[in-house]
Design a binder for this molecule. Structure first.
Ligand SMILES: Cc1ncc(COP(=O)(O)O)c(C=O)c1O
Length: 343
């Protein structure tokens, strides 16, 4: 199917679908709404002060740099790290690639990388790609609720290990990993092993304090936290050496060249600020809604099974249910016709 064929058939789908009377959007895990305040921050950035290139020496460049720096300070203070430890990319996918390939490129002789078997593909694929260059990739198994097998981890990390990558919150079934236990096992074995966490689904969902978490690298994605699409970030702890994985025109940051998406970053920073200001209230509301939805489905629908853990070990905004004997995509289309958007 060509690009234009696909576009035509999607237009036909939209036309035949029509607009349902009532709509409920339940697919923020994939992507979703942006806070109106974030949109406003972006709009004002495009209209005036931040339109310049933040590395260029004229008034508009300096103003752009200043607003970029303020936004970074605000994000850094919300997640407890230094502004110099945040590297912007244009997505969580890019941040994960930078973490995995950038660590491998700077490795002198360590060639072993461990990732959990349920990582996002933007972790799994770059790790698998490194096998071509002599790295050994080990996938850590998980239990029925998605928790990594800590015994396996302990048995397989050693002085040859370069990096361990485990998402703090799983993107499919919402498992909140015990990152402290994971970190202690790794640090006890060898303090030089890098720890990366894909925190794209943790930001704004669980308390996130990078000093306490004590990982070396953490990835973020703006559109997973009610910010705009097109902004990601990698936390790189001070002192950790990564090689860039792309090269080009100067920017304010060495690890990701090219002009920063300043308006997008301002929108992202505003979203992080709002989420953190109302964190307790937001989490308790989301948890109530999550449990109402889970209980309603499990009580009301035959052959429905909840995937992943319950209670505090599950991300407050995650519901993942299997409906036995029912084809998944057909169900998403059927629900879409009724104005309920899920994946
Ligand atoms: C856990 C996790 N990591 C990485 C990504 C990729 O982020 P992005 O869509 O910004 O590339 C996602 C997106 O769905 C995600 O859920």
């Amino acid at each position: 199917m060509t690009y234009s064929d696909l576009s035509r058939s999607i237009s036909e789908l939209i036309e035949s679908h029509g607009t349902p009377e009532r709509e409920v959007y339940l697919d923020h895990e994939n992507s979703g709404s942006i806070f109106p305040e974030s949109l406003k921050a972006m709009e004002s950035a495009y209209k005036w002060g931040s339109r310049g290139h933040p590395s260029i020496t004229h008034l508009m460049g300096w103003m752009s740099y200043q607003s970029l720096y303020k936004a970074t300070e605000s994000i850094a203070s919300a997640i407890n790290c230094g502004p110099n430890e945040i590297i912007y990319t244009h997505s969580g996918t890019e941040a994960n690639n930078l973490a995995i390939i950038g660590s491998a490129s700077s490795s002198q002789n360590r060639k072993k990388i461990l990732v959990s078997s349920i990582e996002h593909l933007s972790v799994i694929f770059p790790a698998e790609r490194l096998e071509k260059y002599g790295f050994k990739i080990i996938k850590i198994p998980v239990d029925g609720e998605g928790f990594v097998n800590l015994n396996f981890l302990s048995q397989h990390v050693d002085k040859e290990t370069l990096l361990v990558s485990i998402a703090a919150v799983n993107h499919e079934i919402g498992t909140v990993q015990d990152m402290k236990a994971i970190r202690d096992i790794i640090r006890d074995k060898d303090k030089n092993i890098l720890i990366h966490t894909d925190a794209c689904d943790a930001l704004g969902k669980i308390p996130l304090d990078l000093k306490t978490l004590d990982v070396d690298l953490a990835s973020f994605s703006s559109h997973k936290a009610y910010g705009p699409k097109g902004v990601g970030a990698l936390y790189v702890k001070e002192g950790i050496k990564l090689e860039p994985i792309i090269y080009g025109q100067l920017s304010t940051q060495k690890l990701w060249p090219g002009v920063e998406n300043v308006p997008g970053i301002l929108g992202f920073s505003k979203a992080v600020e709002i989420l953190h200001k109302n964190f307790g209230e937001y989490i308790s509301r989301m948890t109530d809604l999550r449990d109402r939805l889970i209980n309603g489905i499990l009580e009301g629908v035959d052959h429905a099974i909840l995937n992943g853990p319950s209670g505090g070990k599950r991300s407050p905004d995650n519901v993942n249910v299997s409906f036995l004997y029912c084809e998944g995509e057909a169900l998403t289309v059927e629900l879409s016709m009724r104005g309920i958007y899920v994946s």
